[in-house]
Design a protein around this ligand. Structure first.
Ligand SMILES: [Cu+2]
Length: 70
């Protein structure tokens, strides 16, 4: 798909599968076609997406997860 990039984010505050689901949902709200993988122990989120990392980090921060582009 055009414009798809690999975006890496460091996300703090994820403690369980529910948080993983929330983070995934927030990213998909910004890009419904995003492919999201979350590594809970490290807080590393990898997304194949056309959305910019900064936009995703801002959305996650607004959703209660401290996030920044990795
Ligand atoms: Cu949780």
């Amino acid at each position: 798909m055009a414009g798809q990039n690999t975006v890496l984010l460091d996300v703090k505050g994820m403690t369980c599968q529910g948080c993983v689901n929330s983070v995934t949902r927030i990213i998909k709200r910004n890009d419904a076609n995003a492919l999201v993988s979350v590594d809970l122990p490290s807080g590393r989120v990898t997304a194949q997406t056309g959305a910019p990392a900064d936009e995703l980090a801002a959305a996650l921060s607004a959703g209660g997860f401290e996030a920044k582009a990795a």
